[in-house]
Design a protein around this ligand. Structure first.
Ligand SMILES: Cc1ncc(COP(=O)(O)O)c(C=O)c1O
Length: 348
């Protein structure tokens, strides 16, 4: 724990990097934020955040949205029409974890493609993306994800994203990048946020994950795209009023919290190393590159392990019959990592 958190619970919470609480500096910034009606475009703190994130990602414009899911869904709604397809990796967050929003909100059929360590197969993308014709609907939208949450926080290499982009461009397809943890990818790889962003027509980044803001994501793209996104956000009930109180901690997140993600990555690597001391333990996605560790305990029920760990004050997330996910973040320190390793070794 980097800052004193008065209400911090006496548990080590590795369920997600979304569990972080706002830092004292964030809470103060919330109290002091200058605000206006953001639906009317009048909130100076929101405008400052949008400009800052657009500058970081090298896009023309940006829009503050309440959640990453909403950002992804707005992008899909703009880039494709009902009755068309969207191509994405088989374990993409936007397909697997957003309540079938692609179908329910935008009338899209998802075409999932093989993707190892978050890298969507290039030949499969080439085959999937095409205009409408004969009996087949148009599939002119590809969603990439970096880092890839359900592939162990894997960093998708820039060259791979560029190759996918080229395949999409060949048929006039658009690309949306789900960059909920693009900050982690940039810190781990040394590739700039702007270089990653240049591989897509729109990018969504989250403030509320490793960067520790209490809420919020930012959708980035061209000015025309963001103008449309403003209207779709309103349609989805995401038009917010004096929301500078929530953009203020987001500004602190993007300005002060990015560099420290290396600590989260080092702690994830330590967790993985510690877990492997037990017999029969496998890391399905290999040694973590960023802040997410998946661990398979063959022959053990993940739900039962999750319960045993919770009794020891360590919270993790069972993601499969025998697989647990641990995520490191701002509210996890070295002592908690050691406690988690100890509890895991005792439980398996
Ligand atoms: C890769 C990815 N995309 C999108 C989201 C959605 O973010 P939110 O929970 O803010 O809707 C998440 C959430 O964990 C995520 O991991």
């Amino acid at each position: 724990m980097t800052d004193a958190q008065p209400d911090h619970p006496p548990v080590c919470d590795f369920r997600s990097d979304t569990v972080t609480r706002p830092t004292p500096a964030m809470r103060q910034a919330m109290a002091e934020a200058v605000v206006g009606d953001d639906v009317l475009g009048d909130d100076p703190t929101v405008l400052e955040l949008q400009e800052e994130v657009a500058r970081l990602l090298g896009t023309e414009a940006a829009l503050f949205v309440p959640t990453g899911s909403q950002g992804n869904q707005i992008a899909a709604h703009i880039h494709a029409r009902p009755g068309q397809e969207i191509a994405c990796g088989a374990n993409a967050h936007t397909y697997d974890w957003e309540m079938a929003g692609l179908a329910a909100i935008s009338g899209l059929q998802a075409r999932t493609l093989p993707a190892e360590l978050g890298r969507i197969d290039i030949d499969a993308a080439r085959e999937a993306l095409h205009p409408a014709g004969g009996h087949r609907p148009a599939c002119l939208l590809l969603t990439t994800e970096n880092t890839h949450n359900f592939h162990g926080g894997a960093v998708v290499p820039l060259e791979h994203l560029q190759a996918l982009r080229a395949v999409a461009s060949d048929v006039g397809a658009r690309v949306h990048l789900d960059g909920a943890r693009l900050w982690n990818a940039a810190v781990a790889s040394g590739v700039s946020l702007a270089d990653y962003a240049a591989t897509a027509d729109s990018v969504m980044v989250c403030l509320s994950k490793g960067l520790g803001a209490p809420i919020g994501s930012v959708l980035c793209g061209t000015s025309a795209f963001i103008e449309e996104a403003h209207d779709v956000r309103k349609m989805l009930g995401g038009g917010m009023r004096q929301v500078g109180v929530l953009a203020a901690p987001g500004l602190i997140a993007v300005r002060d919290q990015r560099e420290r993600l290396v600590d989260d990555h080092a702690r994830a690597a330590r967790l993985a190393e510690g877990f492997q001391q037990a017999e029969g333990i496998e890391l399905p996605y290999g040694t973590p590159e960023t802040n997410i560790v998946f661990v398979r305990a063959a022959g053990r029920e993940a739900k039962q392990l999750e319960g045993a760990l919770a009794e020891a004050g360590v919270l993790a997330f069972a993601t499969g019959p025998d697989v647990l996910r641990f995520v490191t973040h701002y509210d996890v320190d070295d002592a908690m990592v050691e406690r988690a390793i100890e509890a895991f070794l005792a439980a398996v």
